[in-house]
Design a protein around this ligand. Structure first.
Ligand SMILES: *Cc1c(COP(=O)(O)O)cnc(C)c1O
Length: 338
């Protein structure tokens, strides 16, 4: 069996998760009649102490719905230049919301309240109206980096003072919370909307949730339908989400340990120029000399280790619940032998 470190989206549902899915109660969710979806939505909302939630097929959809709900055409969205909403969602901000983006060159995917303050446009007819601030935690392209929660609080203050909504792309929020010892309630208090993924480190086959105030989520349900994301007996998927929230959060610490162990082995090799700090389950490192990112990717693939070259010189590995300690030990001995 391959050791698939390409992404934490490659996880397959465990037998216990499949069992939960198989025995789910379902109904037509477009009519609000799927008991499993209703249960998942209220469970997630109450975890974050937010008013409501809506279940969607993907994190791209939850982000894009949030942006659509928060903005008007012609406005500007402030985010880091490496944000998923900007670089990995097919130009969706322009396509779906007719907005433009003001990017900030942050620190490994993270921006500060000061950066945002400088990026807010003045009330001037030449300028786009600033409509939204979007943060990402953990920051994917930042190598799984985590925000300092104090900075998020400052950003919240800045947004309140400037009458700007604040969205969180929390595809890997659980990894951040586990790594930093934070709580869901803390996040629920400072963001107007939060997108969370169940299909990354939590290991479900499909599904994301958008959380927010009741009237915001009502609007989001309408946009979800317009985007073609209204699902019928999707309670089978919600059951996997409920199972994941109940069983798969505590174990994320193990993924973080695995990533740190692999990073330690890599940092001893002469062909590794630099390993980005490993804070959670994503590991990005820079190559030099004997290997390009592509050639190391191919070399590792010969041993059944799947990774992704994310640039000519950078390789990425992501640990997750289908990566066992035995696989990590085996990978470390392969790295040592190269
Ligand atoms: C994976 C991911 C998403 C959502 O991706 P989907 O594949 O559409 O579910 C959003 N933001 C970040 C940072 C991600 O890593």
């Amino acid at each position: 069996m391959n050791t698939d470190l390409r992404s934490d989206t490659f996880t397959k549902p465990s037998p216990a998760m499949l069992e939960a899915m198989f025995s789910a109660q379902v109904g037509d969710d477009v009519f609000g009649e799927d008991p499993s979806i209703n249960q998942l939505e209220s469970m997630a909302a109450s975890m974050f102490q937010m008013e409501a939630a809506v279940f969607c097929p993907s994190g791209t959809m939850t982000n894009q719905i949030a942006i659509k709900c928060h903005t008007q055409p012609g406005e500007e969205v402030i985010c880091d230049q490496l944000s998923h909403v900007y670089i990995y969602e097919g130009g969706g901000i322009a396509f779906n919301s007719s907005c433009q983006v003001k990017t900030i060159e942050g620190n490994r995917g993270r921006i500060t309240a000061n950066d945002i303050l400088e990026a807010i446009n003045p009330n001037d007819i030449h300028k786009a109206r600033t409509g939204l601030v979007s943060l990402e935690n953990t920051a994917n392209r930042g190598g799984g980096s985590c925000y300092d929660f104090n900075e998020i609080v400052k950003i919240r203050e800045c947004c309140l003072q400037n009458n700007l909504p604040l969205h969180l792309d929390g595809a890997r929020i659980w990894n951040a919370m586990v790594a930093k010892g934070e709580t869901t309630k803390q996040y629920g208090e400072v963001f107007d909307s939060i997108s969370i993924c169940l299909s990354k480190g939590l290991g479900t086959p499909v599904g994301s949730l958008l959380l927010g105030k009741k009237n915001f989520i009502q609007k989001a349900r309408r946009i979800r339908k317009v985007f073609g994301g209204g699902m019928r007996q999707a309670g089978y998927l919600a059951a996997a989400g409920i199972y994941a929230l109940e069983n798969n959060i505590g174990r994320l610490e193990q993924d973080h340990q695995h990533a740190k162990q692999i990073a330690a082995a890599l940092s001893k090799k002469d062909f590794v120029a630099k390993v980005m700090p490993v804070e959670t389950n994503i590991l990005i490192f820079e190559l030099t000399g004997r290997f390009s990112a592509k050639s190391l990717e191919m070399e590792l693939a010969k041993h059944g280790i799947l990774t992704i070259a994310i640039s000519a010189t950078q390789l990425r590995m992501v640990t997750h619940l289908d990566i066992t300690s035995e696989m990590v030990t085996q990978l470390i001995s392969i790295i040592e032998s190269l």
